[in-house]
Design a protein around this ligand. Structure first.
Ligand code: PLP
Length: 393
């Protein structure tokens, strides 16, 4: 059976060019980039090149890039650094829809006595900027707001939010794990102090992440050890991962236009066809301020887990909520924050496409899903007692 992989916000396939770029650095060119000999030196040179490729994708300078192990580490390092470098401040501003990499850390910090403001969002997942400004105080040590939401794809106006934080002398971090490679990012044109992203979301391998730290930003390292990454992140470099990430960033820059035309076109085709064919269904998230690859669709009166199981029988991979929370039967915290009704939130599926997605795959889902929903609804007491009446009303 062919796999139809529409779960690219969970992780992506490593591009074959990326694998090819990495391979020599496992077995042939395995030197330590910190070594004095030229065997290690050639690896250091390749890392410099990867740092340039990585910086170029987000319009940064190469020495503003710190390689980490993942998006979660980058988020933790950024927020903890701001707290350490502003020890007199005890307040953090974030949102209710952040990934657990930020949200769970903030909950942990709240347990240690920090005051955390979790900003609400409206029904479309949009932030209220007046409430945001009102939340900023002289005691605020850091603002951490995601650039794009992993479940709905909704984009926050982080550049504007960073400028507002800066006017008040507050450091600003953004979790751009889902945004990087999908929408243009130009750090030379904004005032964001720190930005996180992760290789495995943009066709690089798992286990490599990035923390961008703007030149001049006070920074306190999370991993203290050797002099690697200019003393900002100790630990021998993940050389194949870094080299793979550099290549993936170069490819992402080349594919950015297609991401916003071809991929978006396929996503829109999927949404329009499913909404037309399946009654009591809707798209979650602002129709305009949204990543081009993400479709979060609710099918009322069915369970997301049931949909996933039946799609799995056809080899279709998607997700009900974020990959990290899909072990729980609670509707996702993101959809709850948006006030999506319970009967809709439970039957929500996230389809996330990538540059590898084909029209054939999208048409296969359009062909199979209506019957899956109908089958599940025919077994649902909610549907037979309440749902059908909604359709005929
Ligand atoms: N932030 C967002 C928005 C994410 O979607 C994810 C992963 O799903 C992360 C952070 C964590 O990244 P990583 O898996 O590299 O730790």
């Amino acid at each position: 059976m062919k796999t139809v992989y529409l779960d690219n916000n969970a992780t992506t396939q490593v591009a074959s060019e990326v694998v090819e770029a990495m391979l020599p650095y496992f077995h042939e060119l395995y030197g330590n980039p910190s070594s004095m000999h030229s065997f290690g030196g050639q690896v250091a040179k390749k890392i410099r090149e990867a740092r340039e490729q990585t910086a170029a994708l987000i319009g940064a300078a190469p020495d503003e890039i710190i390689f980490t192990s993942c998006g979660t580490e980058s988020d933790n390092a950024a927020i903890r650094s701001a707290l350490t470098t502003h020890p007199e401040r005890r307040h953090i501003v974030t949102s209710r829809v952040e990934h657990p990499a930020v949200r769970s850390l903030c909950a942990n910090l709240a347990g240690q006595g920090y005051r955390v403001t979790e900003l609400p969002v409206d029904k479309d997942g949009i932030l209220d900027m007046e409430q945001y400004v009102a939340s900023l105080t002289p005691d605020t040590a850091v603002v951490s707001l995601m650039w794009a939401n992993n479940e709905t794809g909704v984009i926050f106006p982080v550049e504007k939010a960073a400028a507002l934080a800066h006017e008040r002398g507050i450091p600003f971090h953004t979790d751009a794990v889902q945004a990087t490679g999908k929408i243009p990012i130009a750090m030379q044109k904004n005032t964001i102090d720190m930005l996180s992203f992760s290789g495995h979301k943009l066709h690089a391998p798992k286990g490599i992440g990035v923390l961008y730290v703007r030149k001049g930003t006070k920074f306190s390292p999370f991993l203290i050890g050797g002099h690697q990454e200019k003393g900002r992140r100790g630990g021998t470099e993940n050389t194949p991962g870094i080299i793979g990430l550099g290549k993936a960033c170069a490819l992402a820059a080349q594919n950015m236009a297609a991401e916003n035309t071809t991929v978006k076109g396929l996503r829109d085709r999927l949404e329009a066809a499913l909404l037309a064919r399946i009654p009591q269904s809707r798209v979650n998230g602002d129709p305009l301020q949204r990543l081009p690859n993400t479709a979060n669709i609710s099918f009322e009166f069915v369970e997301g887990e049931g949909i996933l199981l039946l799609m799995n029988e056809y080899g279709i991979c998607a997700s009900s909520g974020s990959a990290c929370t899909s072990g729980s039967l609670q509707p996702s915290h993101v959809l709850r924050a948006m006030g999506v009704p319970f009967t809709m939130a439970h039957g929500s599926i996230r389809f996330s496409l990538s540059i590898t997605t084909t029209q054939e795959e999208i048409d296969f889902v359009i062909e199979k899903l209506p019957a899956i929903i109908e089958r599940l609804r025919s077994m649902s007491p909610y549907w037979t007692s309440v749902g059908q009446a909604c359709v005929s009303a």
